[in-house]
Design a protein around this ligand. Structure first.
Ligand SMILES: Cc1cc2nc3c(=O)[nH]c(=O)nc-3n(C[C@H](O)[C@H](O)[C@H](O)COP(=O)(O)OP(=O)(O)OC[C@H]3O[C@@H](n4cnc5c(N)ncnc54)[C@H](O)[C@@H]3O)c2cc1C
Length: 301
């Protein structure tokens, strides 16, 4: 989707930048996705005006963080993407509180906090993407989730059209699901983290990294787990038990290392990946009567 020249100029006047015809295949960890205009929110405080302009012009939009949990449609996209550039994102620590911009890299945040003797996030160290994406998804791994550490979130709230601050206790963080509105944009977070000696945190980080390296196809293009785990079970185990590792549609394949990671072997399209997801879901439904729910977020035209 193209933003008209007048709106591009207005967005630039607000201090933001429009990149025309960006390929989302280059901005997502799956390496899949068509083209659209991208608005780089270089002045996040202008989001209320940006959203009003886009609404007036009838430009549907989606918010892209690190692009590590999205599967994007092929071809010319029917929506634009907004993005907070990571460069210049700020982090600071005060006592047990860490104040971090949503654009910041999650792994970088974990190590920054560790250097200030703040732990609690060690399990998240290998989760790629931004802090904003982690908040939206309530990212979690190896018994750690970001949600319990959130004390405040500054965000653009679509319901009011304003930037507001929410208390952590007013936000619900469930398994890969949060109570943020679908069009809310997280800008900054205050985390409260337990004090822990740096060397101890480092040792825990190493353990998380080793677990990941030994079980996940980190050298291939993926979006992490495709399906949420069903209550009390493991989606990966169910898929593995059906012998589906290596099962392929075009260049989309069920990883032979981790059955809940679907990888792009090179030229997979969104249609290939969706076809593979549907066929695996169907096989699991037929075999076990369990309906697997997507963890990966699909952006269709
Ligand atoms: C190799 C690999 C391993 C992974 N392992 C894990 C794991 O162990 N645990 C886990 O939980 N996830 C895992 N993931 C998935 C993914 O990394 C997480 O979900 C991550 O938190 C997504 O962050 P992102 O910035 O890339 O979000 P994106 O993929 O860009 O977006 C995901 C969703 O968040 C929204 N979003 C992003 N930023 C903002 C913002 N600032 N404001 C509002 N909405 C926003 C998007 O609109 C979209 O709806 C893995 C992915 C990969 C590729």
């Amino acid at each position: 989707m193209r933003i008209n020249a007048k709106t591009v100029a207005q967005l630039a006047e607000l201090g933001n930048e429009v990149r025309p015809g960006v390929s989302l295949a280059d901005h997502t960890s799956l390496g899949i996705g068509g083209r659209t205009d991208q608005v780089l929110l270089r002045r996040p405080e202008t989001i209320p005006q940006v959203m009003r302009l886009l609404a007036e012009e009838g430009n549907p939009h989606k918010f892209l963080g690190g692009g590590t949990n999205v599967l994007v449609d092929d071809g010319e996209l029917g929506f634009i993407v907004l993005h907070l550039p990571a460069s210049g994102s700020a982090m600071r620590v005060e006592g047990n509180a860490a104040y971090v911009d949503a654009a910041a890299d999650l792994g970088g945040t974990v190590t920054f906090c560790a250097k200030h003797d703040l732990g609690g996030l060690e399990g998240l160290v290998g989760v790629p993407g931004s802090v904003g994406g982690a908040l939206r998804m309530n990212a979690g791994a190896y018994g750690t989730q970001i949600g319990p550490h959130v004390r405040e979130v500054q965000l653009y709230r679509a319901a009011s059209g304003q930037i507001e601050t929410l208390c952590g206790s007013d936000i619900r963080f469930d398994y890969r699901h949060t109570s943020f509105g679908p069009e809310d944009v997280m800008l900054r977070v205050k985390l409260e983290l337990p004090s822990r000696p740096y060397q101890e945190i480092l040792a825990a980080i190493k353990v998380s990294n080793q677990k990941r390296r030994s079980s996940q196809p980190l050298d291939q293009k993926s979006a992490g787990c495709v399906f949420k785990n069903p209550p009390g079970g493991s989606a990966g185990r169910l898929i593995d038990q059906l012998g589906l590792k290596g099962h392929r549609l075009g260049d989309a394949m069920v990883s032979d290392r981790h059955a809940n990671f679907f990888v792009n072997l090179g030229q997979a399209s969104c249609a290939d990946m969706l076809g593979l997801i549907d066929s695996v879901r169907e096989r699991v439904r037929t075999a076990y009567g369990i309906e697997l729910e997507n963890e990966v977020i699909v952006w269709r035209n």
